[in-house]
Design a protein around this ligand. Structure first.
Ligand code: SAM
Length: 295
């Protein structure tokens, strides 16, 4: 087995849910109107040569700048608001001993608040910390009319190097969310993010993870020239995307001290009626717990 557990792809894809979406709810706009890739394109984008070491180092160095420029270009208009699903509300309910108990959450890599604000509107008993390494994204969060410092605190943070403890008390968080964030980070640095969030999570509480799964449409439409490494690609704008297997993700969380609770693929179809296209999407949706007793 390789480091990403690719030989388990077929097995693990048998554990999945399929949902059909009309016009792309729950995904970014990228690729929704692109035609499906041929098998050959898909093979090339998985196995082809990779971008030079020089360019890779530059992309890593400029990661923050590239995300900041992304938000400069797109303002708050790119990602759709991600309304929380039953799964997430169940998690919040499970964290509570009584119905209106106050919970504290951390949205790590919040972008411009597409998850944060729907949640704050829907659950009045939440206090949310929210951080991102794009200063511009954090500015947009703070300028949002729903931003209320009695209910949330947004701050700038590179999750791979800034200590969350500078903003968030140790072991104070009931739920951490990582929604399409880890995929934006170099696989060699993902463990640093998990070590960071581990410190602020209460023992017995969970990280909710949702991100791109292996062979998602967004992965198959990348050209070979955009390949940075195994399951890792660069977009035109310099932002990067990693496509997860369940095995790779489980190993990553377990190495950081978490226990697996749920770790499964979700298959979706994005239907664009206007364009007459049906696009298969693969996401990985998972939940990992910080043990009650920590070593
Ligand atoms: C695809 S966006 C997702 C944003 C948000 N979670 C959502 O669902 O709308 C990825 C986000 O991760 C942030 N990000 C990437 N690397 C990061 C890092 N090292 N530390 C903190 N945030 C990071 C980017 O700035 C960007 O806002």
């Amino acid at each position: 087995m390789d480091s990403t557990g690719n030989d388990k792809d077929k097995d693990s894809l048998t554990r999945l849910h399929t949902v059909t979406l009309i016009n792309g709810e729950d995904s970014s706009k990228e690729g929704e109107t692109s035609p499906l890739c041929s098998k050959e394109q898909a093979r090339q984008s998985r196995d082809g040569p990779i971008v030079s070491a020089f360019k890779q180092a530059k992309l890593e160095k400029e990661a923050q700048k590239n995300w900041d420029l992304f938000y400069k270009r797109n303002s708050t208009n790119f990602f759709k608001d991600r309304h929380w699903t039953t799964r997430e509300f169940e998690e919040l309910r499970a964290c509570r001993e009584f119905d209106d108990q106050k919970l504290t959450i951390l949205e790590a890599g919040c972008g411009v608040g597409n998850c944060l604000f729907p949640l704050l509107e829907e659950d009045l008993n939440i206090f949310a910390y929210a951080c991102d390494f794009s200063p511009r994204a954090i500015d947009y969060v703070k300028q949002n009319s729903l931003y209320d410092t009695s209910r949330c605190k947004a701050f700038h943070c590179d999750l791979t190097q800034d200590d969350l403890l500078e903003h968030v008390p140790a072991a104070s968080i009931d739920v951490v969310t990582l929604i399409f964030v880890l995929s934006a980070i170099h696989p060699d640095k993902m463990h640093l993010v998990l070590q960071n969030v581990y410190k602020v999570l209460k023992p017995g509480k969970c990280v909710l993870f949702r991100d791109y799964g292996l062979n998602d449409h967004a992965m198959l439409r990348f050209k070979a020239a955009n390949r940075l490494g195994e399951n890792f690609y660069v977009r035109q704008d310099g932002t990067r995307a990693y496509f997860f297997t369940d095995v790779f993700l489980a190993q990553l969380f377990q190495a950081a001290g978490f226990e697996e609770v749920v770790n499964e693929y979700v298959l979706r179809e994005t239907v664009n009626k206007k364009e007459g296209l049906c696009v298969p999407r693969v996401f990985l949706q998972s939940k990992f717990r910080k043990p009650l007793r920590t070593p």
